[in-house]
Design a protein around this ligand. Structure first.
Ligand code: ZN
Length: 503
């Protein structure tokens, strides 16, 4: 048997183990009993360690070297050559972290998430603080293992957005921040208030679920290889392309929560469901990077799901789902209500424009926490000060401030910037898709999504992890990641809604 074939067999085994660990994680966030946190954290720690040991074993390195000679001379687009290239990248990174640190990270983050959930509910930052300190300590140890070129944060960012530098993110954020601040200011100053009362009427949960499922199935989400469950913090998770699950949460007096959340998670899951069949059980299965993943969820949630065309097409169906609640309503007020711009406290409920300010403040605080410039004890006040500065509002408590997100509990420092990068990319990809297929917006306005879906399959989804993000973006759009299309999208959509010149 060739060394390449042996390598593939070993990688398939490791990939399957990773999917099994993923399923334990999915269960942890959906149906696991509250009292099972400790046992689950142990199971995840053991599996994480086993997977890491198997993957970083010297014999994998030997097989990789031999496989590299086998694919040498093949074209760069050759799948085996790409497999060897990406696995060499992953192997190099994983070898830098000792298995014991991997296990400790899994154990601490699982426990920290349980402590955080209670702390958030009871507005008790003090009880979470020691766990945040532990997580920051682990993050620093990981930085020491990985190393970096410019700043320590680079080492963490690279885990979510391979080969991207903190300084690259800063350049993009510096382009976006003044434009976003200007848009928010013009809208707030205009006093042109959007009526959102249509969102807070009575919407029975079963009908919400049925409508959301019907729409994401129309988008192209395959329920035969997926399912929708209920959770506290919505997420999508996949265990191979044939099992890509989504979750959401319901509020019978707030329509967007479950519905827009379901559109969002379906964007993630459709990506995974449509990665190439030839990538199954290889390290190339799954999404390219966090930002590319987020560009897909944002595209379906916002660019499609909050557009006027979409609601002109789908409002009749929504009315059928809620015949009494929406008896004498029409699409336009709903479209406007779903696009209201207003500084608010909670990131996951923020509108498309102010959302980026939530990300920028987290990006800045994370760097300060990592460097030690900001202490854990001072984090709540530093958070509130940034919210005042960027959003002009004051968090009344830590639950709606520093405690609101799970990321620092799960040891996910370096993750936040990829949300905004995903926003930027969603507009760049949509602009490219529309240039190639000008019928896409009209199709959406007729409730047909296949033209967009097919473009995404061909240009993004089917490639899985065959390319690094910068390569995929260049290949799909012909350009590097840029903020121009996104800023144009924001000024156009919200200028139109508010009747303002936002440029
Ligand atoms: Zn997402």
């Amino acid at each position: 048997m060739s060394q390449l074939k042996q390598l593939k067999e070993r990688l398939a085994e490791i990939t399957a183990l990773g999917q099994a660990a993923g399923l334990l994680g999915w269960d942890q966030h959906t149906y696991m009993p509250d009292g099972s946190a400790e046992g689950r954290s142990e199971q995840l720690a053991v599996l994480g360690k086993v997977i890491h040991e198997k993957f970083t074993d010297d014999s994998i390195g030997t097989l990789l070297d031999a496989a590299a000679s086998e694919v040498d001379g093949l074209p760069d687009e050759n799948l085996d050559k790409q497999l060897v290239r990406m696995t060499t990248h992953d192997y190099g990174l994983s070898r830098k972290i000792p298995s014991d640190l991997v296990a400790e990270d899994a154990r601490v983050s699982a426990m920290a998430q349980s402590v955080w959930a209670v702390a958030r509910k009871s507005n008790d930052f003090a009880s979470f603080a020691p766990w945040l300190t532990k997580n920051i300590d682990i993050a620093r140890r990981k930085v020491d293992c990985y190393g970096y070129d410019e700043v320590p944060y680079d080492a963490l960012l690279n885990l979510y957005e391979p080969k991207m530098k903190t300084s690259d993110v800063k350049v993009l954020f510096d382009q976006v921040r003044p434009v976003v601040v200007n848009i928010v200011k013009k809208i707030v100053d205009s006093g042109n208030d959007v009526d959102t009362s249509i969102l807070t009427r009575e919407y029975p949960e079963d009908a919400q679920e049925a409508f959301s499922k019907r729409i994401v199935a129309k988008f192209g989400y395959d329920f035969n290889r997926g399912r929708l469950d209920r959770t506290v913090h919505p997420f999508a998770s996949s265990f191979g392309r044939d099992d890509c699950r989504i979750s959401t949460r319901f509020d019978k007096n707030f329509l967007p929560m479950a519905m827009m959340g379901t559109f969002h998670e379906a964007g993630h899951a459709m990506y995974e469901q449509n990665t190439g069949v030839d990538l199954v059980l290889t390290p190339l299965a799954g999404g390219c990077s966090n930002s590319v993943h987020e560009s897909q969820s944002r595209m379906w949630e916002n660019i499609v799901g909050r557009s006027r065309g979409f609601w002109n097409a789908e409002f009749a169906g929504l009315q059928q789902a809620f015949p009494t609640t929406l008896a004498s309503s029409d699409a336009e007020p709903l479209f406007r209500a779903l696009n209201k711009i207003e500084p608010t406290l909670i990131r996951v409920e923020a509108d498309e424009v102010t959302y980026n300010l939530h990300i920028i403040l987290r990006f800045e605080l994370e760097q300060q926490l990592l460097s030690g410039e900001l202490s854990v004890a001072d984090a709540p006040e530093a958070w509130n000060a940034k919210v005042r500065e960027y959003l002009g509002i004051d968090p009344p408590n830590d639950s709606e401030g520093v405690l609101q997100d799970v990321h620092w509990a799960m040891g996910g420092m370096g993750y936040f910037p990829t949300y905004s990068l995903g926003n930027f990319l969603s507009a760049q990809l949509f602009e490219t898709a529309t240039a190639a297929h000008p019928e896409i917006p009209e199709d959406i306005a007729r409730g047909e999504y296949k033209s967009l879906f097919d473009w995404l399959v061909d240009n993004v989804w089917k490639h899985g992890r065959r390319y690094f993000p910068q390569e995929l973006i260049k290949k799909a759009t012909g350009r590097e990641l840029e903020t121009g299309p996104y800023l144009k999208y924001l000024t156009t959509r919200f200028g139109d809604i508010y009747g303002l010149d936002l440029t």
